[in-house]
Write a protein that binds this ligand. Structure first.
Ligand SMILES: CC(C)(COP(=O)(O)OP(=O)(O)OC[C@H]1O[C@@H](n2cnc3c(N)ncnc32)[C@H](O)[C@@H]1OP(=O)(O)O)[C@@H](O)C(=O)NCCC(=O)NCCS
Length: 129
């Protein structure tokens, strides 16, 4: 939470309800060193569409630029491959280039899985109202 909360406040990460987050804790994985969590990410599967969302990728600002973001991404990719998903997607507004430099390509919102497409449009509509 110490890593995620400031990023939610800055609008870098979408805010997740705390009880929902607790419920979904199994989706998360972390980099830990000497009892401290240095970074985290989550993988949300969409089996019907054979894809998965990489979400909540964040590294403690004191530990950035040391390849930890890449390690978390590599772990998510390996998990997605193991589950035989055909693709991995991420919703990003501020960190687009970081992902493009690591093999992602920008795609139209219509390519999102149906369930995700709906909630993203609903959230966008809320933001602009
Ligand atoms: C993106 C993030 C996870 C990368 O973590 P990290 O451990 O610093 O990653 P790495 O060390 O693997 O990569 C660092 C490189 O990414 C670059 N970088 C960092 N943020 C970037 C951004 N927003 N856009 C483009 N490049 C970025 C750094 O300049 C560095 O470049 P270099 O290798 O040429 O020096 C981390 O910057 C972070 O937590 N950002 C805030 C949360 C966020 O934006 N998450 C993505 C949500 S969609």
């Amino acid at each position: 939470m110490q890593i995620i909360e400031p990023l939610e406040q800055q609008g870098v990460l979408v805010r997740r309800e705390r009880d929902k987050l607790e419920h979904e804790i199994d989706r998360f994985f972390v980099i830990e060193s000497e009892g401290n969590i240095l970074g985290c990410a989550a993988l949300y599967p969409f089996p019907d569409e054979s894809t998965a969302e990489l979400a909540c990728l964040a590294v403690n600002p004191f530990y950035r630029d040391g390849g930890r973001g890449e390690r978390l991404l590599a772990f998510a990719e390996a998990r997605a491959r193991k589950a035989k998903f055909k693709s991995l997607f991420v919703l990003s507004t501020r960190t687009t280039h970081w992902f493009i430099e690591r093999g992602f390509a920008e795609a139209d919102i219509s390519r999102l899985p149906g369930r995700k497409h709906h909630s993203t449009i609903t959230n966008d509509a809320r933001k602009s109202s």
